[in-house]
Design a protein around this ligand. Structure first.
Ligand code: NI
Length: 139
């Protein structure tokens, strides 16, 4: 019995590994997202997740006490208001908001953002609002 159980665990493990090595097309994944400000997980590594967020309009001012937050804009542009500066991240650009720094993202037009952050990171940080999501779904 024990050896059969071990064998089935081996099969599960190999399935998981093959899933992890499948390539992911970001544009196809973004095309599946219909809600704004609702990040979806596409993969994870080393305790970090890569999440895709389609955004338009604005999100609440917030900060992340322990996590730096990376914004990579795949399509469109997003403005980040920071306490003492304003940054416009254009298509193909990356910006990292350091931990503890208050920020407010604003997108006048639809923007596709790739986020890379620890699995426990909340997208509205220390704030709770109607856009806050507690469980991110995979896509
Ligand atoms: Ni944030």
């Amino acid at each position: 019995m024990t050896s059969i159980k071990n064998r089935s665990e081996d099969i599960d493990l190999s399935n998981k590994q093959s899933n992890m090595t499948q390539k992911i097309n970001l544009i196809e994944k973004f095309n599946l997202i219909s809600e704004y400000w609702s990040p979806r997980i596409i993969t994870e590594l080393n305790g970090q997740q890569i999440r895709l967020a389609k955004v338009k309009g604005e999100l609440i001012w917030h900060s992340h006490e322990r996590e730096d937050e990376m914004f990579y804009v795949l399509k469109g542009k997003i403005k980040l208001l920071l306490e003492d500066q304003e940054v416009i991240i254009n298509e193909g650009e990356v910006f990292v908001v350091p931990r503890g720094v208050k920020h407010k993202p604003i997108a006048e037009e639809e923007c596709w953002v790739v986020l890379f952050e620890p699995a426990e990171t909340k997208h509205t940080g220390d704030q709770f609002c109607e856009q806050t999501i507690t469980n991110f779904n995979w896509i």
